[in-house]
Design a protein around this ligand. Structure first.
Ligand SMILES: Cc1cc2nc3c(=O)[nH]c(=O)nc-3n(C[C@H](O)[C@H](O)[C@H](O)COP(=O)(O)O)c2cc1C
Length: 175
């Protein structure tokens, strides 16, 4: 059985998880940038990881736009974000709706992992985007619980990555 771990990562947390997963599975790990779906046809199992940016899983269209070609593969997609993992309505609702418009295919299983956001490391466009989001959310008269959480998350400044979080995904791919 041939397995590959692919990732897209701007600030490094998804890359760290990809490397830990690759180490645990003893398989190849590759930055997904520039990878074509045809290059994946020789693998039986594919792990794809992407950082969450405005609910979009970075680069996941490599999987979602090629799902027909990849339909006989066992696929795990993991997200890396700063939204707490108990916000299931967020992960199972908004995130899936935005990235898997036709629903999650049967051969794909989703995992959510905690990433990092170090405000001082953010690019200027990202810093401005976070500032703008906080301003918009703070201006709401009756913010929903999710909007209140978003305001808090704009100030989340820390590294929440943890190797232990890969356990379920690794077990799934090995199984
Ligand atoms: C502009 C911007 C938008 C973000 N949007 C989300 C989001 O929608 N949901 C989330 O949970 N985290 C969000 N984050 C946090 C990132 O997903 C988090 O920093 C993640 O670890 C990034 O992955 P990377 O280190 O592999 O690039 C956002 C961060 C930035 C800078």
């Amino acid at each position: 059985m041939k397995t590959i771990v692919l990732y897209r990562s701007k600030y490094g947390s998804t890359k760290s998880y990809a490397e830990w997963i690759g180490e645990a599975l003893g398989c190849e790990v590759r930055d997904a940038k520039g990878v074509k779906a045809d290059e994946l046809l020789c693998y039986d199992k594919i792990v794809y990881g992407g950082g969450l940016y405005a609910e979009i899983i970075a680069g996941v269209t490599l999987i979602t736009k090629n799902i027909e070609k990849l339909k006989d593969k066992k696929i795990a997609v993991f997200t890396t974000g700063i939204t707490p993992l108990d916000c299931r309505a967020y992960y199972d609702g908004e995130v899936l709706e935005k990235n898997f418009k036709n629903g999650v295919p049967e051969n794909v299983k989703i995992f959510n992992l905690m990433g990092k956001m170090i405000l001082a490391e953010l690019s200027l466009p990202h810093r401005l985007a976070i500032k703008a989001l906080k301003k918009i959310m703070s201006g709401k008269e009756n913010p929903t619980d999710m909007e209140k959480l978003l305001i808090e998350l704009c100030d989340a400044d820390g590294d929440f990555t943890d190797k232990a979080q890969i356990a379920d995904l690794v077990e799934y791919i090995k199984g």
